[in-house]
Design a protein around this ligand. Structure first.
Ligand code: SER
Length: 871
């Protein structure tokens, strides 16, 4: 059975058990500060488990794209070394929200595996939570045990500890005991010798966990304690690639048709053969795994970068390039060539891979190119480091610098050092690494207290599309502390007019007013786990009384002007540049807007002008906002609204329309485009390969911009003597300036010539030398030229010239080379000594030297003393 059919069959099975099939949520998470990537199928249902959100259906199933490369679930370092861990993988899952529980979850899992997929029962083992004696004091899962006991013999049930059989999403959040299904793929002979039960959860490559059935019953609170959830849920997750391995009768995930097309392509690119040499195989596995993580992220809108999720992606990509560089001898970009294989093999289940193929290729190729350059530079720096090493151990702190500043991978450093007979001071490296981690951790650490709940009100309404002020009740609050923000409070109300940051638009600010006039300022509003959370420096004095919540109307209006302008800009770009333009990022602030989009060349001035004109025509056309709420997604798409890859949409959406174009948007907008006043592009540039960025302003910021430009121009006019045409006047000045410069250069030349002949007439004979000491009105460079010109053809010259410029003194001493030798003189020593008179110092060569000082009054003394050197 091929992987496409396996995926389909899983979903069809749960559909037959009345599950609602939902699409995968994006892999890159944009609205949860505690999680960068989806690391389990249940992430998108966290709010439903906690009882914050109503589930769409009581039973749900899907295949979810997951990435386990950071935080609690991190498999990155295992990938490639074994045959069954991945960074990006698909998790097949079925969920019950307060509907069925252990019995159905267990029975259906068994039915699907053994009756539909027909996996040999003798190869399956199950595990059950044994309970814990720690502070949580959890009971053994008797219920799951009894259910399994009806299905499998006792010796196939393994009791598991908390690490293996109590699933937690993170340090906080929903959790519960779990029951896993493991499969033993060893040949019969081996199975007869060693029972599989002893190999479960023992990192055996052929005895692997296939499916995890979690029985969500608790919420882990910030203080570490467990509280029962309002209802009991089921959350299951099965590794799709592992299931394919079992059903395709192979013993490595990489031998399934999920990976073999990628491996074949790698063989073509590198001429390597998979399956012959351990090192090559590891490198190929790393690469074909990592390209999936990178490609899916880019398709979700997350480009490699230097911070956050983007940095994780960049590191994954670099890890793959490095394996290729070291073990497959790839010195040119190659990973980008795998994108088309992915589009071909997975594009049906995940259309974004097809649609975004070109972008994925461009971004990956550019990243590869720049990292290969880093590797080249790093190799040079590493050579320097080795050359400066006394002994055979290379300083760990220096190696860390190479890693940290230049992105040069440490294992490559260690490998190269080994080849050259050196070793790395690993302890030193680890200390430097730890010190840096501590620094960044303390800078970004956020500690959150548990919520203090005042009202049992789960429904939270956003009323900010219609009003900017409302009476609200505080439902719950908590304290959050971070180095950056200090101590703040997060407040959740039963309803709110405050827009939470999202869809690129910043969150609202404003204040809360109590009936006695007390005011609490709201500094920001965000969405967290689907709740609208308001940030405040302090708490209302009477948190249980109702409050008047007031949005800063000016801030909101300016932001709305920029938001609507962003939509118009998007339309304009598609109109002017073409339909390939897609939004890749957007930031809508009160004072400006930023829009990133796919496009492959720099925009010309004419294109920028056309875009500005397009937007301004719609602003001046005073188009009214037409808004529709709760439109079924399908209907919105049918009306021409464009959904963005990597965005999460509900079953129903809000559409907004100015003129003809319909768009999906949850943000707030002006009521009429006339309110934007004017749109002005400030810059256009590249963000990454194939991604451009436009920054623009509207409304008050545009007014200020034009006023300031006008003021600057008026000042220029004024300075130019009220010139009618300042451009012409400046051009005239420039011309005049060039002519004057030319004249001046000629005059200086003439002056120097005259000066030279005049000075030559004043040379004095002192002990067989020709001597002159004088103060001149020339700059240092001209004096130097003069000295050398005077010295030409003479063997007996001793010159000391002084000059005073900007309150500083300068002495220059010239001595003919013959005289230097004959009298053992050194101009450098002489200026240093004479420099004392001008409170300065200097030096130079025996025949020419200069000294600068801050006491010009000492010049006469220095000139006076000069002749003494001639004896
Ligand atoms: N949440 C569980 C897991 O990730 C089951 O889906 O393993």
């Amino acid at each position: 059975m091929n992987s496409k059919d396996i995926r389909k069959q899983f979903l069809a099975f749960f559909k037959s058990k009345e599950h609602h099939i939902v699409p995968s949520a994006p892999m890159v998470i944009k609205d949860d500060p505690t999680l960068l990537f989806t690391n389990a199928g249940m992430n998108q249902f966290k709010a439903q488990f906690l009882g914050i959100d109503q589930p769409k259906a009581p039973r749900v199933a899907d295949t979810q794209k997951c990435l386990r490369v950071s935080g609690k679930h991190n498999d990155l370092e295992e990938v490639g070394k074994d045959t069954y861990h991945h960074t990006m993988f698909e998790m097949l899952g079925n969920w019950s929200f307060g509907d069925y529980f252990k019995e159905e979850a267990i029975t259906w899992a068994w039915e699907l595996l053994t009756e539909v997929f027909k996996i040999d029962k003798d190869r399956l083992y199950v595990s059950v939570f044994e309970g814990s004696t720690d502070a949580d004091a959890l009971e053994k899962d008797h219920e799951a045990y009894a259910l399994w006991r009806n299905i499998v013999p006792e010796d196939r049930i393994i009791m598991g500890n908390k690490k293996d059989n109590f699933w937690e999403m993170g340090d906080q959040g929903p959790c519960g005991p779990c029951s896993e299904i493991h499969v033993d793929l060893r040949p019969d002979g081996e199975r007869a010798k060693t029972p599989g039960a002893s190999l479960v959860n023992a990192d055996h490559p052929l005895v692997v966990e296939l499916w995890n059935l979690v029985f969500m019953q608790y919420n882990r609170k910030a203080n570490g304690s467990l509280e029962p959830l309002p209802a009991k849920h089921v959350d299951t997750g099965m590794g799709f690639e592992r299931l394919c391995m079992v059903l395709q009768n192979v013993t490595s995930n990489y031998d399934t048709d999920v990976f073999t097309p990628l491996i074949r392509e790698m063989e073509t690119i590198t001429n390597a053969v998979y399956g012959k040499k351990a090192e090559t195989d590891i490198a190929i596995r790393v690469i074909v795994d990592h390209i999936r993580a990178v490609a899916f992220s880019i398709a979700d809108g997350q480009l490699p970068s230097n911070t956050g999720a983007g940095y994780v992606i960049r590191r994954i990509l670099r890890r793959a390039v490095r394996y290729g560089f070291t073990f497959l001898d790839t010195k040119e970009p190659f990973m980008f060539r795998l994108a088309q294989v992915l589009a071909r093999t997975m594009g049906e289940a995940f259309p974004e891979l097809k649609e975004q193929k070109q972008l994925i290729e461009n971004v990956v190729k550019e990243e590869e190119q720049s990292f290969l350059k880093t590797l080249d530079q790093g190799l040079v720096l590493l050579d320097v480091m080795i050359a400066n090493t006394k002994g055979k151990v290379v300083d760990g702190a220096k190696a860390f610098e190479l890693y940290d500043t230049f992105g040069f991978p440490i294992d490559l450093t260690a490998l190269i050092l080994g080849e050259k007979g050196y070793t790395l001071d690993e302890a030193g490296f680890n200390t430097a690494m730890q010190a840096q981690k501590d620094r960044s951790k303390s800078a970004s650490a956020v500690s959150k207290q548990d919520w203090v709940v005042l009202l049992d009100d789960k429904e939270q309404e956003f009323v900010g599309y219609d009003v900017l002020e409302a009476r609200v009740n505080l439902v719950k609050y908590r304290e959050v502390t971070s180095k950056k923000g200090g101590t703040q409070y997060q407040l959740v109300f039963n309803l709110t007019p405050f827009y939470p940051e999202g869809g690129g638009q910043i969150g609202d600010k404003g204040y809360l007013e109590a009936s006695n006039g007390d005011v609490v300022y709201i500094t920001d509003t965000k969405r967290e786990n689907n709740e609208i959370v308001h940030y405040a420096k302090n708490l209302p004095k009477k948190p249980d009384a109702s409050l008047n919540a007031v949005v800063d109307a000016k801030h909101r209006a300016l932001t709305e002007a920029n938001h609507t302008a962003t939509h118009l800009l998007h339309q304009a770009l598609r109109e002017v540049l073409g339909g390939h333009v897609e939004q890749k990022g957007s930031s809508v602030q009160a004072n400006y807007l930023r829009f990133d989009f796919s496009h492959f060349s720099k925009m010309t001035p004419a294109e920028l002008q056309q875009v500005e004109d397009f937007v301004n025509a719609r602003i001046h056309g005073r188009l009214p906002l037409e808004e529709r709420r709760n439109v079924p997604m399908q209907e919105a798409l049918a009306s021409g609204a464009m959904a963005l890859f990597g965005e999460k949409y509900g079953d129903t959406v809000r559409t907004i329309q100015f003129g003809k174009s319909v768009e999906l948007c949850g943000g707030t907008h002006v009521k009429n485009t006339g309110d934007i006043w004017h749109f002005k592009i400030k810059s256009e540039g590249a963000v990454a390969a194939g991604i451009r960025r436009v920054e623009a302003i509207t409304s008050d910021a545009a007014k200020t911009f034009f006023l300031e430009s006008q003021e600057a121009l008026d000042q220029v006019r004024e300075v130019l003597g009220r010139a009618q045409d300042p451009v012409k006047a400046v051009a005239g000045l420039q011309e005049e300036n060039a002519a004057l410069k030319k004249q001046l250069a000629q005059l200086l030349k003439d002056k120097a010539k005259n000066l030279k002949s005049e000075l030559m007439n004043h040379l004095e004979e002192v002990n067989g030398a020709r001597f002159l000491a004088r103060k001149l009105d020339l700059d240092a460079a001209s004096i130097k030229d003069l000295c050398f010109e005077m010295g030409q053809g003479r063997q007996d010259l001793f010159l000391l010239f002084a000059t005073e410029q900007n309150g500083k003194a300068l002495l220059s001493c010239y001595i003919s080379k013959k005289l230097v030798a004959a009298k053992a003189l050194h101009a450098g020593t002489i200026v240093r000594e004479l420099g004392k008179h001008i409170q300065g110092g200097g030096g130079g060569q025996p025949f020419f030297a200069t000294a600068g000082g801050k006491r010009p009054e000492g010049i006469p003394e220095a000139l006076e003393r000069a002749r003494t050197y001639l004896g």
